[in-house]
Design a protein around this ligand. Structure first.
Ligand code: F41
Length: 325
């Protein structure tokens, strides 16, 4: 069957309504992780705040997973942990009848203050699912056998809502060629080769990190530190600000187009310079959407890149594709 869920963009994340045991929560769809966890009534009321909190006792289809636990830490230092059960999870028409649902009993402060999401829905590979004693399938892996096509697509927009679809590729959503590259899922990510980049239309080989992941849960485009340095060398007045946590520049600066290679085929996915600024940080200073990955071997291609394209995640042949839209 086909499924579509329309995430509500909120500056840095895309949220989609998910029904769990008949309770609806807004979850952050994250291809960079593989845990489905929710704010729960087990959290303190100060942690719950304005969030929707899942209450297993009110679900007639809830099944405990006795003795199981989970604990996750994300690349930005945020984290959560708790207990586990199974329930019916439905997104825009597709249903996983016995999906592992991770109940948060602890969440870090950035989740408490991010009132837009009531938890996460991981769309990475279950080898990085954190449930002990046994990792459990993601929602996508649970419904995969029932889908017409073993795929989901992400059509993220800047201001308007984006759309995730499961089970079909809506070819009216993109133009020209779908550039497909094989994915190496051994680290649990939608990871592919990326060894070249372009600045202002000139292509360079990347001497550092040689792979990248497609990560809808990350706002920024985190490239090899040398690549970020080379990019901002061409932005007048830019500097690496420890207080801002990355490269900043005068909002009036001319920002060149920036591109990153998707796969070893040669396709360079480009972001217009005018779409690179991520935020104003005050006093006419802007924070760039392209930043270094802090020296990790993997580059993280987040929403700054993905929102420029239509993305296809194929769990059947383990490939990633993007097309202009
Ligand atoms: O942590 C994330 C994304 N994460 C998705 C789930 C919600 C909390 C944020 N991205 C990220 C990944 C790697 C990083 C990083 C940030 O900063 C440096 O390295």
């Amino acid at each position: 069957g086909e499924v579509s869920a329309t995430p509500e963009p909120n500056e840095s994340e895309y949220l989609s309504p998910v029904s769990i045991g008949g309770q609806t929560l807004n979850l952050d769809f994250d291809t960079g992780s593989a845990d489905l966890w929710v704010f729960s009534t087990s959290l303190s009321s100060s942690s719950i705040g304005q969030h929707a909190a899942f209450d297993p006792s009110k679900s007639s289809t809830w099944e405990d997973y006795p003795g199981a636990s989970w604990q996750i830490m994300y690349g930005d230092g945020s984290g959560a942990s708790g207990t586990v059960g199974f329930d019916v999870v439905e997104i825009g028409g597709a249903t996983a009848s016995r999906q592992a649902v991770e109940i948060a009993t602890k969440v870090s402060s950035s989740f408490v203050s991010d009132e837009n999401n009531d938890g996460l829905l991981g769309l990475g590979f279950s080898k990085i699912n954190t449930i002990e004693p046994q990792p459990q399938k993601t929602f996508f892996e649970s419904i995969l056998p029932k889908l017409d096509q073993p795929v989901f697509t992400a059509d993220l927009e800047d201001d308007a809502a984006g759309t995730y679809e499961f089970g079909r590729i809506d070819t009216t959503k993109y133009t020209g060629t779908l550039h497909v590259t094989p994915v190496d899922s051994s680290n649990g990510f939608w990871e592919f080769a990326s060894t070249a980049y372009s600045i202002g239309g000139t292509t360079y080989q990347n001497s550092g990190a040689s792979t990248a992941i497609a990560d809808t849960g990350t706002s920024l485009l985190l490239v090899d530190d040398n690549v970020a340095q080379a990019f901002y060398a061409q932005v007048q007045g830019s500097q690496l600000s420890r207080t801002a946590g990355g490269y900043v520049y005068p909002c009036s600066a001319q920002v060149p187009d920036f591109g990153v290679q998707i796969g070893s085929s040669g396709f360079i996915a480009t972001i217009p310079g005018s779409d690179i600024t991520f935020a104003e940080v005050g006093q006419g200073t802007c924070f760039g959407g392209v930043q270094g990955n802090g020296g990790g071997g993997i580059q993280i291609f987040g929403d700054v890149l993905l929102k420029q394209y239509f993305a296809v995640f194929n769990g059947g042949n383990e490939s990633f594709g993007i097309a202009a839209k």
